[in-house]
Ligand binder design. Structure first.
Ligand code: 13P
Length: 249
């Protein structure tokens, strides 16, 4: 049985002060089912959130990490730095990082490998096609290729520890949600690709989230699909009531 996992991605929103206000409202979360929940916040807010959620089951995640442990990389943050704060998750390869910060599959692969080898922070690996790719009917082969490149050199005993987030770029922040069938069909394609790369025990246990305009009004129809195990939520994770509504779908 895969336990559903819903994570918020705050992107470049909130301050330490407003993150603390959210945490105060959110930490009494009473989920109506067995579920994992996390907030992935900007670096400056992570320590405050780890502290605020320390007596709860709510996890905390970063949104990026460098693939070297240390070095002359001005502006970057390393895995030892995140471990020191005590974060549980790290988003890797979000489409906004791929698009605006030229993050390649090669860099994404190095980051995922590093996190898996260390084992203390779970990668949430984002994949997904642009509108152009979908309109050309090439979305399945595009996402399969991302999976192949991002999992290169990762062994079967570690691969299942990755959380995959399928986020079609055309559905992010646009209000255009993929239909439940479109989202489920791609999550199934990803699961089959994982089975082809590894085996059925990995593909049946790996968590695959959907992300892109998930909100309280549509979370149930998306999250009850067979191959969708959770959600990566942007805008609607910024308000505690909305995020609770998504979790208690
Ligand atoms: P929205 O939920 O705002 O569309 O963002 C999705 C996303 O990019 C989560 O990582």
């Amino acid at each position: 049985m895969r336990v559903p996992f819903i994570a918020g991605n705050w992107k470049m929103f909130k301050t330490i002060a407003s993150a603390k206000v959210f945490a105060d409202e959110f930490k009494d979360l009473k989920a109506n089912k067995e579920i994992k929940v996390a907030i992935c916040a900007p670096y400056t807010q992570l320590a405050a959130l780890v502290e605020a959620f320390k007596d709860t089951e709510i996890g905390v995640g970063a949104q990026n990490v460098h693939y070297e442990a240390e070095g002359a990389f001005t502006g970057e943050i390393s895995l030892p730095m995140l471990k020191e704060i005590g974060v549980d998750y790290c988003i890797i390869g979000h489409s906004e990082r791929r698009e605006y910060f030229n993050e390649t599959d090669e860099a994404v692969n190095k980051k995922v490998k590093m996190l898996l080898e260390d084992g203390s922070i779970t990668p949430i690996l984002c994949v997904g096609e642009s509108l152009e790719v979908r309109e050309a009917g090439e979305e399945a082969s595009f996402v399969e290729e991302q999976i192949e490149k991002d999992f290169a050199g990762i062994s079967a005993d570690k691969a299942g520890n990755v959380v995959i987030a399928y986020e079609p770029v055309w559905a992010i922040g646009t209000g255009k949600t993929a239909t439940p069938d479109q989202a489920d069909s791609m999550c199934k394609t990803i699961r089959e690709k994982i089975k082809a790369l590894y085996d059925e025990s990995v593909s049946e246990s790996i968590i695959i989230q959907y992300g892109g305009s998930v909100k309280p009004a549509n979370s149930k129809e998306i999250l009850t699909m067979g191959d969708i195990d959770g959600a990566l939520v942007g805008g609607a994770s910024l308000k505690s009531e909305d995020f609770k509504g998504i979790i208690n779908f």
